[in-house]
Write a protein that binds this ligand. Structure first.
Ligand SMILES: [Zn+2]
Length: 145
């Protein structure tokens, strides 16, 4: 994961219970099984934010993806989703899993989805496909990557 990506997670981590959940999408490159995360979009003003549910409208995020695509020599693909939890060690909820499953089923070729849940001290990184999920890593969260 690129340092910029970690900086976005750090900035939006939920240090207090009353802060709203936030999140965005993960963009980067896919080379076979290897995923390289280059960009995490920040919550946009279109997002509806509340503490325990995170409803995302695609508009703002799609714009960012497109701008990056147009600006760069580098090609970026949609890799997955990230959002914050008010937990030290984040554990995806049943609702999260149901959402991810829906997203996988919507994808062309049902390709795997990379998911990151940002806690206050750790990141939980999972690779989700339509039958199972695989915990890739729990990474300690630090500033500046
Ligand atoms: Zn969640």
């Amino acid at each position: 994961m690129a340092p910029d990506v970690l900086a976005v997670f750090w900035k939006h981590r939920q240090r207090f219970f009353w802060q709203p959940e936030s999140g965005g999408i993960l963009l980067g490159r896919r080379r076979g099984k290897h995923l390289e995360v280059l960009l995490a979009t920040e919550p946009s003003s279109h997002d509806k934010r509340s503490t325990f549910s995170f409803g995302r409208e695609a508009v703002g995020h799609a714009e960012v993806a497109q701008q990056t695509w147009l600006r760069g020599e580098r090609q970026v693909d949609y890799l997955g989703e990230w959002h914050t939890h008010p937990q030290t060690v984040p554990i995806p909820s049943g609702i999260d899993r149901a959402e991810w499953c829906k997203l996988v089923l919507q994808r062309p070729e049902k390709s795997t989805l990379l998911t990151v849940v940002v806690g206050t001290k750790e990141l939980r990184v999972e690779l989700v496909d339509h039958v199972r999920h695989e915990v890739l890593e729990s990474i300690p969260l630090r500033s500046g990557g």
